[in-house]
Write a protein that binds this ligand. Structure first.
Ligand code: HAM
Length: 439
C-alpha cells in the first residue's frame, strides 16, 4: 500500500503587509539611527503610543467623511467586552490623546516624536502598503509660524543628511474654520452648477467634504477643479500674516517651495499651514512626508484648547528614494569567529567568546558541531577578520589559536587572559594597514 503524503500548505503574510528581511532591516536600523540623532538635535522627545486605539478616536480626529475613516480602517470588536477598536491608521490622533490623558501640556509646550507601524486598508501597490511605517513629529502648544517653519527646515536637513535629491516642497494654507466655511459655501455653489461634470465620488462628497474634491486624481475633473474658487483667496488678515511668516522663514533658510492651492490633505484636522514633500522618482506614490497645523484637535478630543502642528514621513518611501539615489549601508561583520572541536574545547570557546565580547568585539561562536575544516569554511564565509581555533591541545593548555582570516600571517597560540589585547592589536594593525594602503 502506498503511503499518502499530506501536503502542508505554507502561509503567507497578509497582502500589503511586508516582512523586512535582514538586509533591509539593517538599512532600516541605520536610517532610524540617523533619524534619532536628527530629532534630538531639534529637541524632540520620544513618545510611544499603543497600536490599537478606540475607534471613535480616529472618527473624531480624522473626520467621518475621509477615505481613511470611511474605508481604510482595520476595525474590530473586542471579543471580550464588545468595545470597538481600530489598528491606528496614523499617529497624530493617538499622540494628542496621550498628551491630553497624561496632562502633558500642563508643564508647557511639547515637542514629541514617534515611529512605528500604521495600518490602512488601501489597494496595495509600489509605495502603498496596508502596514507601513511612519516617523511622526508633533509640536503641541505652539501657535506661531515659527514652529511650522521649524518642521519644514527639519525635513530639509534630513533630506540633506540622507543625501536625498529630487524632493520638492509644496505648501498651502487652509486658513481658519470660518474662512473654510465661507469658501465651502462658494465651492459647493460652484460645483453644484457643474454637477454633471463631477464623478460619483465627488458627487457624494459635494455636501459632506467638498474640499477633498479639489484633491481629486481624476484627470477629467482637473479643468473644473482649476476653475473652482480657491481657498487661499478667502484667507483673512491673521491667516495671511501667519502664512507670510512661514514663507519668510523658509526664504531666509533658502528653502524653495511651490504654493499649491489644491493641496488640502486627506485628514480633516488641519488648518492654516499644510505641506507635502513630493518626489517624481517613486511613481504614483510620491509623497514622502506630509503634515501641517491642527489647532483645533486638542480641544476636539476633549483637552484644553491648544494650538499644534506636526508631520509624518513614510519610512518605506524614504528608504526607496534613498536606495534609488544609490544609498546603501555596509553590512556589519563579526570581528572574530570561534571554531572548536571537543567538549573541553567547547567550554573554552564559550569563555573566550564572552571575554572578547566584554572587550567590545563582535564574536560569532560556531554552533552545531562539524569538522574543523567545515567550521573554518563557515568562519571564512562569515566575513570575520580573525578565527579563534580551539582543539584538545589548546583546551588542555587553557590557550587558544588565533588565525587571521583575511590578511597574511599564521596561527599563533595565545593565553586566554591576554586574548582581548592580542585581538585588539591584530584588528587595529589591520585597520592601519588598510588605511595606509588607501592613501
Ligand atoms: P498622511 O499624509 O496620511 O499624514 O501620511 C504621512 C505619510 O505617510 C505620507 O506622506 C506617506 O509618506 C506615508 N504613507 C501614508 N499612507 C501610506 C501607505 N499606505 N503606504 C506607505 N506609506 C504611506 C498623516 O498620517 C498625518 N498624521 C501626518 C501629520 C502628523 N500631520 C500632522 N502631524
Amino acid at each position: 500500500m502506498s503511503e499518502k503524503k499530506t501536503v502542508i500548505q505554507t502561509l503567507q503574510a497578509v497582502r500589503g503587509m511586508n516582512d523586512i528581511l535582514p538586509d533591509d532591516a539593517e538599512a532600516w536600523e541605520h536610517f532610524e539611527d540617523i533619524v534619532r540623532d536628527w530629532l534630538r538635535s531639534y529637541g524632540y522627545r520620544p513618545i510611544r503610543m499603543p497600536i490599537v486605539e478606540p475607534t471613535p478616536l480616529f472618527k473624531r480626529a480624522i473626520g467621518e467623511v475621509t477615505d481613511i475613516v470611511e474605508k481604510e480602517m482595520y476595525s474590530f470588536e473586542d471579543a471580550l467586552n464588545g468595545e470597538l477598536l481600530t489598528l491606528r491608521p496614523e499617529g497624530t490622533a493617538s499622540c494628542v490623546r496621550a498628551a491630553i490623558q497624561h496632562k502633558m501640556l500642563a508643564t508647557g509646550a511639547q515637542r514629541l516624536y514617534y515611529h512605528g507601524p500604521m495600518f490602512r486598508h488601501e489597494r496595495p501597490q509600489k509605495g502603498r502598503y496596508r502596514q507601513f511605517h511612519q516617523i511622526g513629529v508633533e509640536a503641541l502648544g505652539f501657535d506661531g509660524p515659527d514652529i511650522d517653519a521649524e518642521h519644514i527646515l527639519m525635513c530639509a536637513r534630513l533630506w540633506d543628511d540622507l543625501g536625498l535629491e529630487d524632493v520638492r516642497l509644496e505648501l498651502n494654507s487652509l486658513g481658519s474654520s470660518e474662512e473654510r466655511a465661507r469658501h465651502r459655501a462658494e465651492l459647493i455653489a460652484f460645483l453644484s452648477e457643474h454637477e454633471d461634470r463631477l464623478d460619483e465620488d465627488s458627487k457624494r462628497r459635494l455636501h459632506t467634504n467638498p474640499l477633498r474634491i479639489l484633491d481629486t486624481k481624476n484627470l477629467d475633473m482637473h479643468e473644473i477643479v482649476e476653475a473652482a474658487p480657491r481657498l487661499i483667496d478667502f484667507l483673512g488678515e491673521e491667516s495671511l500674516r501667519h502664512f507670510d511668516g512661514v514663507q519668510s522663514l523658509l526664504k531666509d533658510a533658502g528653502i524653495p517651495y511651490r504654493i499649491n492651492p489644491r493641496l488640502v490633505r486627506g485628514l480633516d484636522y488641519y488648518n492654516r499651514t499644510v505641506f507635502e514633500w513630493v518626489t517624481t522618482r517613486l511613481g504614483a506614490q510620491g509623497t514622502v512626508c506630509a503634515g501641517g497645523r491642527y489647532d483645533g484637535l486638542v480641544e476636539q478630543l476633549g483637552g484644553k484648547p491648544a494650538p499644534a502642528a506636526g508631520f509624518a514621513m513614510g519610512v518605506e518611501r524614504l528608504l526607496a528614494l534613498w536606495r534609488d539615489g544609490g544609498g546603501e549601508i555596509e553590512r556589519a561583520l563579526p570581528d572574530v569567529y570561534v571554531v572548536h572541536l571537543g567538549e573541553q574545547a567547547q567550554r573554552l570557546a564559550f569563555r573566550a567568546a564572552e571575554a572578547l565580547r566584554g572587550y567590545g568585539f563582535a564574536v560569532l561562536t560556531h554552533c552545531g558541531g562539524g569538522s574543523f575544516k567545515s567550521q573554518m569554511k563557515k568562519a571564512d564565509a562569515s566575513g570575520a577578520q580573525l578565527a579563534v581555533v580551539i582543539g584538545d591541545d589548546e583546551a588542555a593548555a587553557g590557550e587558544v589559536g588565533l588565525k587571521p582570516l583575511r590578511g597574511p600571517g599564521g596561527q599563533q597560540r595565545v593565553a586566554l587572559e591576554v586574548l582581548g589585547d592580542v585581538v585588539a592589536e591584530c584588528l587595529f594593525t589591520e585597520e592601519e594597514e588598510e588605511n595606509d594602503g588607501s592613501v
